[in-house]
Design a protein around this ligand. Structure first.
Ligand code: CP
Length: 317
């Protein structure tokens, strides 16, 4: 098995279209494993993976853990709040101590942009970025791409609008890179206070009104307002935000065509998305979650090809 992704998965910006397609193509058949009664293959038997989470997570942490367990890896979860980080230990010291216990891979979520790269440059284990600050969340971007590709067959010339708090969103950045590399047209829509100043340099359209975005798009990827990262008055109120930018059934119905609805979660129902949209016929939000396990299995499998020891185990799978 070759090592087509290199040592680490840090972001989609640095991956080629071929590498992204390889991950999606690898993930697709892996979905079947999660449908089995006994959801386990021996592919990563012998591998030790640490899930190092310095920020809260439901979907990403649990689906990485399922992916690891379904491929028979040994996994350990480390939450910053219950580790020696609370006593002042640095990220690198934490990781080096884990490496001294002979681990193979680290999955890291961290509030600082660049933390995954920082770690990858300093340890020998494979590093997978599970979301770093406002930089990237590559496996979320990949699972969004897989969900759209499943529905459409191809992303080429499809129009995807990323709506809401783009400023604080690592999901937005990974989506923009991934979608554009696979040939989609990308737009963003939100209040100017929640769009990065240089957003057009990424080659995306900008809509100031959600009605224009809905008119244009084949899919909306609706982002959570990240209130915990907001230190100033970015929006007048949640109620005002919903009134002006909320994706409502009434607004979607006016488009008179099917528009796929994605949301990375967790959702603020009644703020950026109304419940009858989130739970409605065009929502693929739970498909995203299902695909997240397969994408993470694919990434683990492909990165294992970088390690001679793990590659041998993977061949046996
Ligand atoms: N989409 C996502 O990253 O969700 P979690 O924060 O629950 O992992």
């Amino acid at each position: 098995m070759t090592a087509p992704l290199g040592k680490d998965l840090l972001g989609l910006e640095r991956l080629s279209a071929e590498q992204i397609s390889l991950i999606l193509d690898t993930a697709e058949p892996l979905k079947e494993i999660s449908e089995r009664t006994i959801k386990k293959v021996p592919t990563l038997r012998g591998a030790t993976i640490v899930n190092l989470f310095f920020e809260a997570s439901t979907r990403t942490r649990i689906s990485f853990e399922f992916a690891e367990k379904r491929m028979s890896a040994d996994t350990v979860n480390v939450a910053a709040a219950t580790s020696s980080v609370t006593k002042g230990e640095t990220l690198v010291d934490t990781a080096r101590n884990l490496e001294a216990m002979k681990i193979d891979m680290v999955v890291i979520r961290h509030p600082s942009s660049g933390a995954a790269q920082f770690l990858a440059d300093r340890i020998d284990s494979n590093v997978i970025n599970a979301g770093d600050g406002t930089h990237e969340h590559p496996t979320q971007g990949l699972l969004d791409l897989l969900t759209l590709r499943e529905r459409w067959g191809t992303l080429a010339a499809k129009r995807v609008c990323i709506c809401g708090d783009v400023l604080h969103s690592r999901v937005a950045r990974s989506n923009i890179w991934g979608l554009k590399k696979l040939g989609a047209e990308v737009a963003v829509c939100g209040p100017r206070s929640l769009l990065p100043g240089a957003i057009t340099e990424l080659g995306v359209h900008v809509f100031d009104r959600i009605e224009q975005a809905i008119e244009w798009a084949d899919a909306l990827n609706i982002l959570r307002l990240q209130l915990e990262r907001m230190t100033g008055g970015y929006i007048p109120s949640l109620r005002e935000y919903n009134r002006v930018f909320g994706v409502t059934r009434e607004r979607l119905d006016r488009a008179q065509r099917d528009i796929l609805i994605l949301h990375p979660g967790p959702m603020n129902r009644g703020v950026e998305i109304d419940s009858d949209v989130a739970d409605g016929p065009h929502s693929v939000i739970l498909d995203q979650v299902t695909n997240g396990v397969a994408i993470r299995m694919a990434v683990l499998y492909l990165l294992a090809g970088n390690s001679p020891r793990l590659a041998d185990a993977a061949k046996g799978g």
